[in-house]
Design a protein around this ligand. Structure first.
Ligand SMILES: [Fe+2]
Ligand SMILES: [Zn+2]
Length: 484
Protein backbone atom coordinates (compact mmCIF):
# COMPACT_ATOMS: atom_id res chain seq x y z
CA UNK A 1 0.00 0.00 0.00
CA UNK A 2 1.13 3.52 -0.71
CA UNK A 3 1.76 6.10 1.94
CA UNK A 4 0.99 9.76 1.89
CA UNK A 5 4.32 10.58 0.28
CA UNK A 6 4.29 8.00 -2.48
CA UNK A 7 5.01 9.50 -5.84
CA UNK A 8 2.25 8.72 -8.22
CA UNK A 9 3.10 8.66 -11.87
CA UNK A 10 0.29 9.14 -14.27
CA UNK A 11 0.95 7.93 -17.75
CA UNK A 12 -1.57 9.14 -20.23
CA UNK A 13 -1.53 6.99 -23.35
CA UNK A 14 -3.14 8.54 -26.33
CA UNK A 15 -5.22 5.86 -27.88
CA UNK A 16 -7.13 5.84 -31.09
CA UNK A 17 -10.27 3.85 -30.83
CA UNK A 18 -10.49 2.26 -34.26
CA UNK A 19 -14.25 1.87 -34.14
CA UNK A 20 -15.27 5.47 -33.77
CA UNK A 21 -11.95 7.22 -34.28
CA UNK A 22 -12.23 8.97 -30.93
CA UNK A 23 -9.23 10.05 -28.99
CA UNK A 24 -9.21 8.71 -25.49
CA UNK A 25 -6.86 8.93 -22.58
CA UNK A 26 -5.92 6.00 -20.43
CA UNK A 27 -4.79 7.18 -17.00
CA UNK A 28 -2.99 4.76 -14.77
CA UNK A 29 -2.12 5.59 -11.21
CA UNK A 30 1.08 3.76 -10.37
CA UNK A 31 2.84 3.34 -7.04
CA UNK A 32 5.90 1.13 -6.46
CA UNK A 33 5.61 -0.06 -10.06
CA UNK A 34 2.14 -1.41 -9.40
CA UNK A 35 -0.96 -0.14 -11.15
CA UNK A 36 -3.28 1.03 -8.42
CA UNK A 37 -6.10 2.32 -10.50
CA UNK A 38 -7.21 2.89 -14.06
CA UNK A 39 -9.30 5.64 -15.51
CA UNK A 40 -10.34 6.10 -19.06
CA UNK A 41 -11.39 9.51 -20.20
CA UNK A 42 -12.83 10.07 -23.61
CA UNK A 43 -10.91 13.19 -24.56
CA UNK A 44 -7.85 14.99 -23.36
CA UNK A 45 -7.78 18.74 -22.89
CA UNK A 46 -4.43 19.28 -21.23
CA UNK A 47 -3.18 19.27 -17.66
CA UNK A 48 -6.17 20.90 -16.01
CA UNK A 49 -8.60 18.34 -17.38
CA UNK A 50 -6.27 15.51 -16.43
CA UNK A 51 -6.14 16.93 -12.93
CA UNK A 52 -9.89 17.05 -12.94
CA UNK A 53 -10.06 13.41 -14.03
CA UNK A 54 -7.61 12.39 -11.34
CA UNK A 55 -10.16 13.38 -8.76
CA UNK A 56 -12.24 10.46 -10.00
CA UNK A 57 -9.70 8.01 -8.64
CA UNK A 58 -11.59 6.61 -5.71
CA UNK A 59 -9.02 7.23 -3.01
CA UNK A 60 -8.18 10.83 -3.80
CA UNK A 61 -10.44 13.42 -2.29
CA UNK A 62 -11.46 16.54 -4.06
CA UNK A 63 -8.88 19.33 -4.30
CA UNK A 64 -6.34 17.06 -2.81
CA UNK A 65 -3.45 17.10 -5.17
CA UNK A 66 -1.36 19.23 -7.44
CA UNK A 67 0.57 18.18 -10.49
CA UNK A 68 4.08 19.43 -11.00
CA UNK A 69 4.31 21.76 -13.92
CA UNK A 70 7.03 19.68 -15.54
CA UNK A 71 5.94 17.63 -18.44
CA UNK A 72 8.44 15.37 -20.07
CA UNK A 73 8.13 13.59 -23.35
CA UNK A 74 9.43 10.08 -23.26
CA UNK A 75 8.68 7.70 -26.08
CA UNK A 76 5.55 9.65 -26.92
CA UNK A 77 4.28 9.22 -23.37
CA UNK A 78 3.68 12.30 -21.27
CA UNK A 79 4.68 11.79 -17.70
CA UNK A 80 3.03 13.92 -15.10
CA UNK A 81 4.21 13.74 -11.54
CA UNK A 82 1.86 14.31 -8.69
CA UNK A 83 3.75 16.61 -6.41
CA UNK A 84 1.40 17.00 -3.49
CA UNK A 85 -1.33 14.86 -1.98
CA UNK A 86 -3.04 16.40 0.96
CA UNK A 87 -6.03 14.20 1.44
CA UNK A 88 -6.55 10.52 1.32
CA UNK A 89 -9.40 8.17 1.49
CA UNK A 90 -10.67 7.34 4.93
CA UNK A 91 -9.68 3.70 4.85
CA UNK A 92 -6.07 4.64 4.11
CA UNK A 93 -5.74 6.56 7.34
CA UNK A 94 -7.97 4.63 9.69
CA UNK A 95 -6.08 1.37 9.44
CA UNK A 96 -4.85 0.20 12.83
CA UNK A 97 -1.73 2.07 13.89
CA UNK A 98 1.28 -0.26 13.61
CA UNK A 99 3.75 1.79 15.61
CA UNK A 100 2.84 3.96 18.60
CA UNK A 101 3.30 7.57 17.48
CA UNK A 102 5.52 9.98 19.38
CA UNK A 103 3.41 12.51 21.28
CA UNK A 104 4.62 15.59 23.19
CA UNK A 105 3.73 19.17 24.07
CA UNK A 106 5.10 22.33 22.51
CA UNK A 107 3.82 25.92 22.46
CA UNK A 108 0.35 25.31 23.97
CA UNK A 109 -0.16 22.43 21.53
CA UNK A 110 0.02 18.67 21.62
CA UNK A 111 2.05 17.31 18.73
CA UNK A 112 1.84 13.82 17.26
CA UNK A 113 4.61 12.42 15.05
CA UNK A 114 3.03 9.77 12.84
CA UNK A 115 4.95 6.90 11.32
CA UNK A 116 4.80 8.51 7.87
CA UNK A 117 6.83 11.44 9.25
CA UNK A 118 3.84 13.75 9.37
CA UNK A 119 3.23 15.80 12.51
CA UNK A 120 -0.26 16.76 13.65
CA UNK A 121 -0.60 19.76 15.93
CA UNK A 122 -3.59 20.13 18.25
CA UNK A 123 -4.27 23.18 20.42
CA UNK A 124 -4.57 22.20 24.10
CA UNK A 125 -7.93 23.94 24.38
CA UNK A 126 -9.25 22.17 21.27
CA UNK A 127 -8.19 18.75 22.58
CA UNK A 128 -9.69 19.31 26.03
CA UNK A 129 -12.93 20.54 24.42
CA UNK A 130 -13.13 17.32 22.38
CA UNK A 131 -12.75 14.95 25.33
CA UNK A 132 -14.98 11.90 24.76
CA UNK A 133 -15.05 10.56 28.33
CA UNK A 134 -18.43 9.84 29.95
CA UNK A 135 -18.24 13.05 32.02
CA UNK A 136 -17.64 15.21 28.96
CA UNK A 137 -19.64 13.30 26.36
CA UNK A 138 -22.93 11.43 26.64
CA UNK A 139 -22.13 7.92 25.43
CA UNK A 140 -25.65 7.22 24.17
CA UNK A 141 -26.94 10.55 22.89
CA UNK A 142 -23.49 11.44 21.52
CA UNK A 143 -23.87 15.01 22.75
CA UNK A 144 -21.37 17.20 24.57
CA UNK A 145 -21.90 17.34 28.36
CA UNK A 146 -18.81 19.43 29.00
CA UNK A 147 -19.27 23.17 29.49
CA UNK A 148 -16.72 24.46 26.97
CA UNK A 149 -16.55 27.81 28.77
CA UNK A 150 -15.44 26.23 32.03
CA UNK A 151 -12.13 25.16 30.45
CA UNK A 152 -9.31 27.53 31.44
CA UNK A 153 -7.92 29.17 28.31
CA UNK A 154 -4.37 28.29 29.36
CA UNK A 155 -5.11 24.61 30.02
CA UNK A 156 -2.16 22.28 29.40
CA UNK A 157 -1.32 18.60 29.79
CA UNK A 158 0.24 17.52 33.09
CA UNK A 159 1.03 14.10 31.71
CA UNK A 160 0.81 12.33 28.37
CA UNK A 161 0.74 8.52 28.31
CA UNK A 162 0.65 6.93 24.86
CA UNK A 163 -0.62 3.35 24.48
CA UNK A 164 -1.39 0.95 21.64
CA UNK A 165 -4.89 2.22 20.89
CA UNK A 166 -4.56 5.87 21.87
CA UNK A 167 -3.23 8.38 24.34
CA UNK A 168 -4.22 9.31 27.87
CA UNK A 169 -3.79 12.95 28.85
CA UNK A 170 -4.14 14.37 32.36
CA UNK A 171 -4.95 18.06 32.24
CA UNK A 172 -3.95 20.94 34.51
CA UNK A 173 -6.69 22.38 36.76
CA UNK A 174 -8.26 21.49 40.10
CA UNK A 175 -9.89 18.25 38.93
CA UNK A 176 -6.86 16.96 36.98
CA UNK A 177 -9.24 15.68 34.33
CA UNK A 178 -8.25 12.58 32.42
CA UNK A 179 -8.96 12.29 28.68
CA UNK A 180 -8.37 9.46 26.26
CA UNK A 181 -7.96 10.00 22.51
CA UNK A 182 -7.95 7.15 20.04
CA UNK A 183 -5.10 7.29 17.48
CA UNK A 184 -7.47 6.78 14.55
CA UNK A 185 -9.70 9.57 15.80
CA UNK A 186 -6.72 11.92 16.17
CA UNK A 187 -5.43 11.08 12.71
CA UNK A 188 -8.84 11.41 11.14
CA UNK A 189 -9.61 14.76 12.74
CA UNK A 190 -6.16 16.27 12.37
CA UNK A 191 -6.65 19.84 11.17
CA UNK A 192 -2.98 20.88 11.04
CA UNK A 193 -2.27 19.34 8.63
CA UNK A 194 -5.51 17.94 7.21
CA UNK A 195 -5.13 14.40 5.89
CA UNK A 196 -8.62 13.63 4.70
CA UNK A 197 -11.97 15.23 4.32
CA UNK A 198 -13.21 14.35 7.80
CA UNK A 199 -16.82 14.83 6.67
CA UNK A 200 -16.48 11.95 4.25
CA UNK A 201 -17.02 8.82 6.27
CA UNK A 202 -17.85 6.35 3.54
CA UNK A 203 -15.68 5.33 0.63
CA UNK A 204 -18.67 5.84 -1.52
CA UNK A 205 -17.50 5.74 -5.04
CA UNK A 206 -19.72 7.47 -7.59
CA UNK A 207 -20.06 5.92 -11.02
CA UNK A 208 -20.85 8.70 -13.44
CA UNK A 209 -22.58 7.60 -16.60
CA UNK A 210 -23.92 8.42 -20.03
CA UNK A 211 -26.60 6.43 -21.87
CA UNK A 212 -24.24 3.89 -23.44
CA UNK A 213 -22.51 3.21 -20.16
CA UNK A 214 -25.63 2.75 -18.03
CA UNK A 215 -27.83 0.80 -20.48
CA UNK A 216 -26.02 -2.51 -20.01
CA UNK A 217 -25.25 -1.90 -16.36
CA UNK A 218 -28.61 -1.07 -14.80
CA UNK A 219 -28.78 -0.93 -11.00
CA UNK A 220 -31.76 -3.14 -10.10
CA UNK A 221 -32.87 -4.64 -6.79
CA UNK A 222 -35.77 -6.95 -5.97
CA UNK A 223 -38.79 -5.74 -4.02
CA UNK A 224 -39.18 -8.74 -1.72
CA UNK A 225 -35.48 -8.67 -0.82
CA UNK A 226 -35.27 -4.98 0.11
CA UNK A 227 -38.49 -5.30 2.09
CA UNK A 228 -37.28 -8.36 3.97
CA UNK A 229 -33.70 -7.74 4.96
CA UNK A 230 -31.38 -4.91 5.88
CA UNK A 231 -28.45 -6.15 3.79
CA UNK A 232 -30.47 -5.73 0.61
CA UNK A 233 -31.81 -2.41 1.80
CA UNK A 234 -28.18 -1.31 2.26
CA UNK A 235 -27.36 -2.48 -1.29
CA UNK A 236 -30.36 -0.57 -2.64
CA UNK A 237 -29.16 2.65 -0.98
CA UNK A 238 -25.59 2.04 -2.13
CA UNK A 239 -26.85 1.78 -5.71
CA UNK A 240 -28.68 5.09 -5.39
CA UNK A 241 -25.53 6.66 -3.97
CA UNK A 242 -23.26 5.23 -6.65
CA UNK A 243 -25.39 5.60 -9.79
CA UNK A 244 -27.85 8.26 -8.68
CA UNK A 245 -30.81 5.95 -9.29
CA UNK A 246 -32.04 2.39 -8.97
CA UNK A 247 -34.91 0.27 -10.24
CA UNK A 248 -36.88 -1.96 -7.90
CA UNK A 249 -38.48 -4.91 -9.71
CA UNK A 250 -41.49 -7.07 -8.92
CA UNK A 251 -43.26 -4.45 -6.85
CA UNK A 252 -47.01 -5.07 -6.61
CA UNK A 253 -48.58 -2.32 -8.78
CA UNK A 254 -50.56 -0.94 -5.87
CA UNK A 255 -50.55 2.21 -3.76
CA UNK A 256 -50.12 0.49 -0.38
CA UNK A 257 -47.10 -1.63 -1.34
CA UNK A 258 -45.38 1.21 -3.20
CA UNK A 259 -45.88 3.54 -0.26
CA UNK A 260 -44.41 0.93 2.09
CA UNK A 261 -41.44 0.58 -0.23
CA UNK A 262 -40.75 4.32 -0.02
CA UNK A 263 -41.12 4.24 3.77
CA UNK A 264 -38.49 1.50 3.92
CA UNK A 265 -35.96 4.33 3.39
CA UNK A 266 -37.59 7.05 5.48
CA UNK A 267 -40.82 8.93 6.03
CA UNK A 268 -42.47 10.50 3.01
CA UNK A 269 -42.05 14.21 2.53
CA UNK A 270 -45.26 16.16 2.38
CA UNK A 271 -45.43 19.12 0.01
CA UNK A 272 -48.04 21.30 -1.65
CA UNK A 273 -48.62 18.36 -4.01
CA UNK A 274 -49.64 16.20 -1.06
CA UNK A 275 -47.89 13.32 0.65
CA UNK A 276 -47.90 10.10 -1.37
CA UNK A 277 -48.89 11.19 -4.86
CA UNK A 278 -51.32 9.44 -7.11
CA UNK A 279 -51.77 11.36 -10.27
CA UNK A 280 -53.10 11.34 -13.81
CA UNK A 281 -53.01 14.12 -16.42
CA UNK A 282 -55.95 15.92 -14.86
CA UNK A 283 -54.26 19.26 -13.98
CA UNK A 284 -55.23 18.71 -10.35
CA UNK A 285 -52.29 20.99 -9.52
CA UNK A 286 -51.03 23.95 -11.54
CA UNK A 287 -47.88 22.20 -12.75
CA UNK A 288 -46.99 20.69 -16.15
CA UNK A 289 -46.26 17.39 -14.39
CA UNK A 290 -50.06 17.01 -14.25
CA UNK A 291 -50.40 17.50 -18.04
CA UNK A 292 -49.64 15.29 -21.06
CA UNK A 293 -46.81 17.61 -22.22
CA UNK A 294 -43.22 16.52 -22.75
CA UNK A 295 -40.93 17.57 -19.89
CA UNK A 296 -37.30 18.37 -20.65
CA UNK A 297 -34.55 17.18 -18.31
CA UNK A 298 -34.83 18.98 -14.98
CA UNK A 299 -34.55 18.54 -11.25
CA UNK A 300 -37.60 19.07 -9.06
CA UNK A 301 -38.11 21.69 -6.37
CA UNK A 302 -35.64 24.36 -7.50
CA UNK A 303 -38.13 26.64 -5.74
CA UNK A 304 -37.60 24.98 -2.34
CA UNK A 305 -34.88 26.07 0.07
CA UNK A 306 -34.23 22.34 0.53
CA UNK A 307 -35.20 20.39 -2.62
CA UNK A 308 -36.36 16.80 -2.13
CA UNK A 309 -33.44 14.39 -2.03
CA UNK A 310 -35.07 11.35 -3.62
CA UNK A 311 -38.00 10.89 -5.90
CA UNK A 312 -39.88 7.65 -6.46
CA UNK A 313 -42.11 6.83 -9.45
CA UNK A 314 -44.34 3.85 -10.09
CA UNK A 315 -46.37 3.79 -13.30
CA UNK A 316 -49.24 1.56 -12.28
CA UNK A 317 -51.67 2.16 -15.15
CA UNK A 318 -50.96 3.08 -18.74
CA UNK A 319 -53.17 2.77 -21.77
CA UNK A 320 -51.88 4.97 -24.52
CA UNK A 321 -48.75 5.95 -26.37
CA UNK A 322 -45.57 7.83 -25.50
CA UNK A 323 -44.68 8.96 -21.99
CA UNK A 324 -41.24 7.35 -21.98
CA UNK A 325 -39.05 8.42 -19.05
CA UNK A 326 -35.71 10.16 -19.31
CA UNK A 327 -32.80 10.22 -16.88
CA UNK A 328 -29.48 12.01 -17.33
CA UNK A 329 -26.55 12.08 -14.93
CA UNK A 330 -26.16 15.71 -13.87
CA UNK A 331 -22.74 15.11 -12.28
CA UNK A 332 -21.44 13.52 -15.47
CA UNK A 333 -22.71 16.42 -17.57
CA UNK A 334 -21.39 18.97 -15.07
CA UNK A 335 -17.95 17.34 -15.39
CA UNK A 336 -18.20 17.55 -19.15
CA UNK A 337 -19.13 21.21 -18.98
CA UNK A 338 -16.26 21.91 -16.58
CA UNK A 339 -13.80 20.23 -18.94
CA UNK A 340 -15.15 21.67 -22.18
CA UNK A 341 -16.24 25.12 -21.05
CA UNK A 342 -14.67 25.97 -17.67
CA UNK A 343 -15.91 29.55 -17.86
CA UNK A 344 -19.53 28.43 -18.34
CA UNK A 345 -19.17 26.02 -15.43
CA UNK A 346 -17.89 28.86 -13.27
CA UNK A 347 -20.80 31.09 -14.34
CA UNK A 348 -23.41 28.46 -13.53
CA UNK A 349 -21.70 27.78 -10.20
CA UNK A 350 -21.93 31.41 -9.14
CA UNK A 351 -24.89 33.18 -10.77
CA UNK A 352 -27.94 32.58 -8.57
CA UNK A 353 -31.19 31.73 -10.34
CA UNK A 354 -34.53 32.62 -8.74
CA UNK A 355 -37.37 30.06 -9.06
CA UNK A 356 -40.98 29.79 -8.05
CA UNK A 357 -43.93 27.46 -7.80
CA UNK A 358 -47.08 29.51 -8.19
CA UNK A 359 -49.45 27.44 -10.34
CA UNK A 360 -51.94 26.78 -7.56
CA UNK A 361 -53.96 29.86 -6.61
CA UNK A 362 -53.15 29.49 -2.91
CA UNK A 363 -49.42 28.87 -3.32
CA UNK A 364 -46.38 31.11 -3.86
CA UNK A 365 -43.24 29.16 -3.06
CA UNK A 366 -39.80 30.75 -3.42
CA UNK A 367 -36.59 29.69 -1.70
CA UNK A 368 -34.55 31.48 0.94
CA UNK A 369 -32.10 32.93 0.01
CA UNK A 370 -34.09 34.00 -3.03
CA UNK A 371 -31.87 32.24 -5.58
CA UNK A 372 -29.32 29.42 -5.95
CA UNK A 373 -26.85 28.61 -8.72
CA UNK A 374 -27.32 25.48 -10.86
CA UNK A 375 -24.12 23.91 -9.48
CA UNK A 376 -23.80 24.01 -5.70
CA UNK A 377 -20.49 23.15 -4.06
CA UNK A 378 -19.52 22.14 -0.56
CA UNK A 379 -17.80 25.16 0.97
CA UNK A 380 -15.25 22.95 2.76
CA UNK A 381 -14.23 20.58 0.00
CA UNK A 382 -15.39 22.48 -3.08
CA UNK A 383 -17.09 19.28 -4.29
CA UNK A 384 -20.24 19.54 -6.39
CA UNK A 385 -23.05 18.19 -4.21
CA UNK A 386 -26.25 19.50 -5.72
CA UNK A 387 -27.68 20.43 -9.10
CA UNK A 388 -30.74 22.66 -9.20
CA UNK A 389 -32.07 23.08 -12.69
CA UNK A 390 -35.53 23.58 -14.05
CA UNK A 391 -35.61 26.16 -16.80
CA UNK A 392 -39.42 26.20 -16.74
CA UNK A 393 -39.53 27.26 -13.08
CA UNK A 394 -36.97 30.06 -13.46
CA UNK A 395 -38.24 33.50 -12.35
CA UNK A 396 -37.31 36.90 -13.79
CA UNK A 397 -33.55 37.46 -13.84
CA UNK A 398 -33.49 41.16 -12.94
CA UNK A 399 -30.74 40.86 -10.34
CA UNK A 400 -27.87 40.50 -12.81
CA UNK A 401 -25.56 43.26 -13.94
CA UNK A 402 -25.78 44.14 -17.67
CA UNK A 403 -22.54 42.34 -18.55
CA UNK A 404 -23.73 39.18 -16.74
CA UNK A 405 -26.71 38.81 -19.09
CA UNK A 406 -24.78 37.57 -22.16
CA UNK A 407 -22.47 35.55 -19.88
CA UNK A 408 -25.46 33.80 -18.27
CA UNK A 409 -27.29 33.00 -21.53
CA UNK A 410 -24.10 31.76 -23.14
CA UNK A 411 -23.34 29.43 -20.21
CA UNK A 412 -26.95 28.21 -20.07
CA UNK A 413 -26.88 27.44 -23.81
CA UNK A 414 -23.75 25.33 -23.34
CA UNK A 415 -25.35 23.46 -20.44
CA UNK A 416 -28.45 22.87 -22.56
CA UNK A 417 -26.22 21.52 -25.35
CA UNK A 418 -25.05 18.76 -23.00
CA UNK A 419 -28.58 18.09 -21.73
CA UNK A 420 -29.87 17.72 -25.27
CA UNK A 421 -27.00 15.50 -26.37
CA UNK A 422 -28.49 12.07 -27.15
CA UNK A 423 -25.37 10.42 -25.72
CA UNK A 424 -26.31 11.70 -22.28
CA UNK A 425 -30.00 10.76 -22.41
CA UNK A 426 -31.10 7.42 -20.98
CA UNK A 427 -34.66 6.73 -22.19
CA UNK A 428 -36.83 3.87 -20.99
CA UNK A 429 -40.46 2.96 -20.48
CA UNK A 430 -41.70 2.42 -16.96
CA UNK A 431 -44.27 -0.30 -16.40
CA UNK A 432 -46.35 -1.67 -13.53
CA UNK A 433 -44.07 -3.65 -11.23
CA UNK A 434 -40.88 -1.65 -11.88
CA UNK A 435 -40.35 1.27 -9.52
CA UNK A 436 -37.81 3.99 -10.23
CA UNK A 437 -36.06 5.92 -7.46
CA UNK A 438 -33.51 8.64 -8.15
CA UNK A 439 -31.35 11.28 -6.50
CA UNK A 440 -32.99 14.62 -7.24
CA UNK A 441 -29.77 16.46 -6.27
CA UNK A 442 -27.78 14.72 -9.02
CA UNK A 443 -29.99 13.16 -11.70
CA UNK A 444 -32.09 15.17 -14.14
CA UNK A 445 -35.36 13.59 -15.23
CA UNK A 446 -37.91 14.19 -17.93
CA UNK A 447 -40.56 12.44 -20.01
CA UNK A 448 -41.94 12.32 -23.53
CA UNK A 449 -45.44 13.64 -24.24
CA UNK A 450 -48.18 11.05 -24.29
CA UNK A 451 -51.76 10.35 -25.20
CA UNK A 452 -54.12 8.15 -23.24
CA UNK A 453 -54.53 7.26 -19.58
CA UNK A 454 -51.38 7.31 -17.42
CA UNK A 455 -51.51 6.85 -13.66
CA UNK A 456 -48.30 7.53 -11.78
CA UNK A 457 -47.85 7.12 -8.05
CA UNK A 458 -44.85 8.10 -6.01
CA UNK A 459 -43.24 10.20 -3.35
CA UNK A 460 -40.59 12.68 -2.36
CA UNK A 461 -38.08 11.76 0.36
CA UNK A 462 -35.82 14.12 2.31
CA UNK A 463 -32.11 14.21 1.53
CA UNK A 464 -30.94 14.16 5.18
CA UNK A 465 -33.15 11.23 6.14
CA UNK A 466 -32.12 9.18 3.10
CA UNK A 467 -28.42 9.88 3.81
CA UNK A 468 -28.92 8.99 7.45
CA UNK A 469 -30.37 5.57 6.58
CA UNK A 470 -27.63 5.01 4.00
CA UNK A 471 -24.88 5.72 6.55
CA UNK A 472 -26.42 3.85 9.46
CA UNK A 473 -26.81 0.71 7.31
CA UNK A 474 -23.34 0.89 5.80
CA UNK A 475 -21.22 1.90 8.79
CA UNK A 476 -20.31 0.10 12.00
CA UNK A 477 -20.96 1.77 15.36
CA UNK A 478 -17.22 2.29 15.73
CA UNK A 479 -17.00 4.03 12.39
CA UNK A 480 -19.91 6.29 13.28
CA UNK A 481 -18.33 7.24 16.62
CA UNK A 482 -14.98 7.85 15.00
CA UNK A 483 -16.55 10.16 12.44
CA UNK A 484 -18.22 12.47 14.97
FE1 LIG B 1 -40.22 16.51 -12.28
ZN1 LIG C 1 -13.61 14.25 29.76
Amino acid sequence: MFTKFSTFVIKPHHLINKNNNKKSLDLKLISNNKIISNLLMSRCFGISSIQHQIHKFPFISQASLALTQERQRKDKIDILKVSRIHLQRYSEVSKPIQKIPKIYTAESKVKVDWQDNQTSKFHNLWLRDHCKCSKCYHQITKQRLLDTFSIPEDIKPLSISPGSSGVEIIWSGNDEHKSFFNWNWLRRHSYDPKFINSQQILNNKKTLWNAAKIKDNLPIVQYHKVMQNKEDLAIWLKNIDEFGFCFIDNVPPKVKETEELAKRICFIRESHYGKFWDFTANMEHGDTAYSTLALKAHTDNTYFTDPSGLQMFHLIEFEGEGGESLLADGFWMANQLKTKYPKAYQTLSTIPIPSHSAGDSNVLIQPTPFAYPIFNHDSLTNTLYQIRYNNDDRSTMSHLSPNQIPEFYDALRKWNELLSNKENEFWFQLYPGRVLIFDNWRILHGRASFVGHRRLIGAYLNWDDYRSKFKVLNLSNEEILESL
